[in-house]
Write a protein that binds this ligand. Sequence first.
Ligand code: NAD
Length: 720
Amino acid sequence: MIHSGPAITVQMLDDGIAEFKFDLQNESVNKFNRVTLDDLDAAVQAVKAHPEIRGLLVTSGKNFFIVGADITEFGGVFSHGRDYIQDWTMDIHRIFNAFEDLDIPKVVAINGFALGGGFEMCLANDYRVMSDKAQVGLPELTLGLIPGFGGIIRLARVIGVAKAIEWISSTRPRKAADALADGAVDEVAEHDKLRDTALAALKRAIAGEIDWQAKRALKLQAVEVPGGAADSYFEGVRAELAKTTNPEQYPASKAFLDVIEKSADMARDQAVAVEAEHFAGVAVTPQADALIGLFLADQVIKRAAKKNAAAAREVKKAAVLGAGIMGGGIAYQAATKGTAVIMKDIGQAQLDLGMNEAEKQLARQLQRGRISEDKKNATLKLIEPSLSYDGFNAVDIVIEAVTENIKVKEIVLKEAENALREDAILASNTSTISITELAKGLQRPANFVGMHFFNPVPVMPLVEVIRGEQSSDEAIATAVALALSMGKSPIVVQDCPGFLVNRVLFPYFGAFDRLIKDGACLIKIDQVMEDFGWPMGPAYLSDVIGLDTCVHASKVLADGFPDRMKTDYTGATEALFKTDRLGQKNGKGFYKYVADDSGRKRKTADDEVKDILAPHVDAAAPGSVDFTAEEIRDRLMLAMCNEVARCIDEKIVASPEEADMALIMGLGFPRFRGGALRYIDQIGLKEYVALCDRYAHLGKAYEAPQILREMAAKGERFFN
Ligand code: NAD
């Protein structure tokens, strides 16, 4: 044995070939943590000390090759600041360069996922052989980072600048055939022949039949920029990328391009220094902090869901009550994931609509080549439209998604309970009505939970699973497991008006109404909040949800939390609703929706709105007061963030990670900000509380809750 470390072993095979195997001890996957990096350093030195080695076969002892850098270690490194990070990165370059510079051919056998640092290690080899089951890529931008182990420099030199830009900006892992076509790997092998193929390539390299020196030399020198004129080329690329990603919001999307541009005419050692400088620059941004936080939060919610689903009963068959927007969507989603489902409504026309919608969605999937004709037909067969409760004694769970009316729901839930087996679970998709309240009319309240899906169901990942006062662990577990099997991300929350997501959304809408009342311009408010990163501003969002739904839900919340959600005036949303403006659904709300040439309804400012709002505004006219962007942002965000903090305090949601992920997935909270609690952390608790004090005169919604005052006093944060 030439080297035997905690992450790497180097062992002589025949013919002067040594196997350099990544196999991190006590871990299920290989990753570049500190242990692996130090061991790589040591293993390279060991190889150098053995001149009898004529070539290296680089392999993995795990199912994946190397999944990337250990993201849990980033916090510790990044907290030391930019200079430290740059030195840290330069030290990794020293190790990777020393590996690359070993005076023998190195052939890597990529047996599974090689992502981020894992793929950067592949690029430091001279020849890459990839299993037809593996995937490679550089997803660093999703974390607000750029590749930092030489990946930008080497990929641009291996596959060319234009393709490297495409690979890095898309963040998408590539399958073997695509990686081969782009020249990122040299050969693809059937999975079980990978090792033999890589070994044969190494022998050919040793024999001089593969010009590995030339392949390596390419990575050590300058790279050509398409068209030759770097300035105009990069300017064009920047403009193109900015169409889909705002570089102010995602600085890494610009930084990696800067690296390619600045280092294009440099040799490797100089070029990696440019990469290190820019890596350190993005690593200290709040966006990287937020996006890395989300990656880690995603793991927290996955672990929590797994734990919450532990006591689940098996669901062989489900049923949905209501074939409307939500019921139809839920039935479709369950069926696409293989669960048979009865879809019951009170009218044939509604059932036909629900089935047609499912058929349309599946036809679209078929057209896009995502599913086969057989899969389409099989999925449709799994949905059984019904006008009666026949067959309900065979279902394991029912999700009620009928009209949002407590009287209707009470009747329907009772009927369903009578038709069900005693052990079956009953869930309601209500968006506002208390689960504990709905359970009161039921004989088996322990079997009853909330399952709050979001619209459109096939697209929105979040499901709030709501625990009523009497909901059993088994009922919660079954709902969580069903949501997981439907490909969703369930988060368990305690029962309260609006649950988590709507409870924190409505103070934000309340702050919007209040701004309008104080004379702010609704178009400016939307613009400011879209610049903040929301996919749409509050006026537009209200129109999309429907002003009727907004008014109805805001009343439920005002009843639940009168101290901060009840008003003694008619807000803009209600004022418009009272004139039959319902939003997008009837073509007029805060905006009017007019069909353009292609027939698509476009939002347009509507002068009529000003007239309707005039009696409800305390200023000379609606929109006549010029609020600063900061004031608009702060008034809206404080109202929302304070409510999220209250939900943590009241344990409506179990952890800050789950709270922030729920807002990201359920509301479209800007990802690069990481969520409401991360936003408070980034402002700083003390500064945030001071900001609340400035707006406290507007009402309780803006006052800092006690939990934040206490955290500020103790110097605490939500995330460390
Ligand atoms: P919808 O009006 O589109 O559909 C309701 C369906 O229920 C209709 O097809 C109606 O015929 C049917 N129905 C009425 N009484 C029935 C009964 N006794 N038995 C069987 N079916 C009956 O409404 P929707 O938007 O799908 O909302 C359904 C539920 O989902 C509501 O509780 C709503 O609050 C909730 N929700 C809606 C959204 C959304 O964005 N639309 C989002 C989350 C939750």
